[in-house]
Design a protein around this ligand. Structure first.
Ligand SMILES: NC(=O)c1ccc[n+]([C@@H]2O[C@H](COP(=O)([O-])OP(=O)(O)OC[C@H]3O[C@@H](n4cnc5c(N)ncnc54)[C@H](OP(=O)(O)O)[C@@H]3O)[C@@H](O)[C@H]2O)c1
Length: 367
């Protein structure tokens, strides 16, 4: 029987990978540990320290610096090769971070679909055709219960009365509910080992409207992704039903202190967020994917942009026009009050990818 990858798996060829390597965190070994020597070399190179993760800022933009056509509107920008690249980048990070604006707008999966990672391994058609677990359980029970066996036979042969059909349905629902609980319990236990990035959502006011049918939780049920960690403000109590749902899937709310930013808005301090993720959640590498408010928040203050180890931007050959979500951090002024650029990249490389171009670089840290 021929083995194949799932139809939604993405291929990113080995010969397209080397140019990205200098901008990526060290590769984790099979057991998830970063090879010590390589890790030290990379840490030295990036001035990284173990109190925060290796941090990559990455997003796709139009020629007019827009991420989407309008706030809350999902907009496809990059071509298929760049999309596969993004999933390859995800395979090289332990976590993916987005803002609640993106979570609400896109219903994102935030998993990695590169061929070979957990959920996207080679498999035979036969192994994909597993019988429904609840039906198998029912059949197992029926083998030692003549009454149940008779009921199943009548249902299968279309001879069951309405009453028998209702009995069969409620029995099946009961078994399905128990199976669902058992599956979630198993997925919770196995999540740490799952070779998939952890989704992190910045949601200070707990306004992300996720539910059982959200893509991110569907992927957890399918064993193709991890449940999200949601960073909320210490002053906010998340709704009880959301907290229960999140925890049932192995996710959680993480309450973090807020501070006043340069505009006087109540915001998280990125130093605190990254330190908590590294020291309390053992996250060694993170990819910050957007949206606009998240990226602008990081790039607007030199003490935050200094936390970014590398930047990987896909630029698509189109203009989205005015009114979109744009990356445009606050302009800085020097000591004489003159405007100066907000930030600049160094160690820059441009790499054409289909019709897109990928820009890699490092942010120059101000003195
Ligand atoms: N092209 C791409 O690569 C790409 C990638 C990602 C997203 N997108 C697009 O970007 C759009 C969403 O961008 P967006 O700017 O509207 O939303 P966003 O950046 O995803 O989320 C913004 C929200 O995050 C919270 N936030 C941001 N920085 C914070 C900080 N330092 N401290 C505390 N909270 C903070 C705030 O929540 P509160 O308002 O509750 O305080 C803010 O409103 C969508 O259309 C999406 O499709 C595109």
């Amino acid at each position: 029987m021929a083995a194949s990858f799932p139809s939604d798996a993405l291929h990113f060829p080995a010969n397209s990978r080397p140019f990205l390597e200098p901008y990526l965190p060290p590769e984790a070994s099979e057991d998830g540990q970063i090879e010590a020597e390589k890790g030290e070399a990379q840490q030295e190179k990036n001035g990284n320290d173990s109190s925060r993760p290796y941090t990559t800022l990455t997003f796709a933009t139009s020629l007019d610096s827009a991420l989407s056509l309008a706030p809350g509107m999902r907009t496809v920008l990059s071509g298929p090769q760049s999309k596969a690249m993004t999933h390859y980048l995800r395979s090289r990070h332990q976590a993916i971070l987005i803002g609640v604006g993106t979570a609400n707008a896109d219903d994102p999966g935030l998993n990695c679909r590169i061929e070979g990672v957990d959920g996207y391994k080679l498999s035979t058609v036969e192994s994909n055709l597993q019988p429904d677990a609840a039906i198998s359980d029912y059949a197992k029970k029926a083998s030692s219960d003549p009454e149940l066996r008779n009921l199943m036979k009548n249902v299968a042969m279309g001879r069951a009365s309405t009453e028998q059909m209702q009995g069969f349905q409620s029995h099946l629902t009961q078994i399905q509910n128990t199976k669902h609980e058992e599956n979630l319990e198993k997925l919770r236990r196995e999540q740490e080992k799952l070779q998939q990035p952890r989704p992190i959502v910045i949601d200070p006011r707990a306004r992300w409207g996720f539910h059982e049918g959200s893509k991110i939780l569907s992927l957890v049920r399918e064993g193709k992704g991890k449940a999200p960690f949601i960073i909320i403000s210490k002053n906010v109590l998340p709704p009880k039903d959301k907290q229960e749902l999140l925890e049932a899937y192995g996710g959680k709310f993480i309450a973090v202190e807020t501070v006043q930013d340069v505009n006087g808005d109540t915001r998280f301090d990125w130093n605190t967020i990254l330190r908590i993720l590294a020291t309390e959640e053992n996250i060694k590498s993170i990819m910050i994917e957007g949206g606009g408010a998240i990226i602008n928040s990081i790039l607007s203050e030199p003490r935050y942009s200094a936390l970014v180890d590398s930047v990987i931007i896909t630029i698509a050959p189109k203009w989205l026009g005015q009114g979109g979500v744009v990356v445009s951090p606050k302009r800085l002024v020097d000591e004489d009050g003159c405007a100066i650029p907000a930030s600049r990249l160094t160690e820059v490389q441009w790499h054409p990818f289909g019709e897109d171009v990928v820009l890699c670089g490092r942010i120059i840290k101000s003195q």
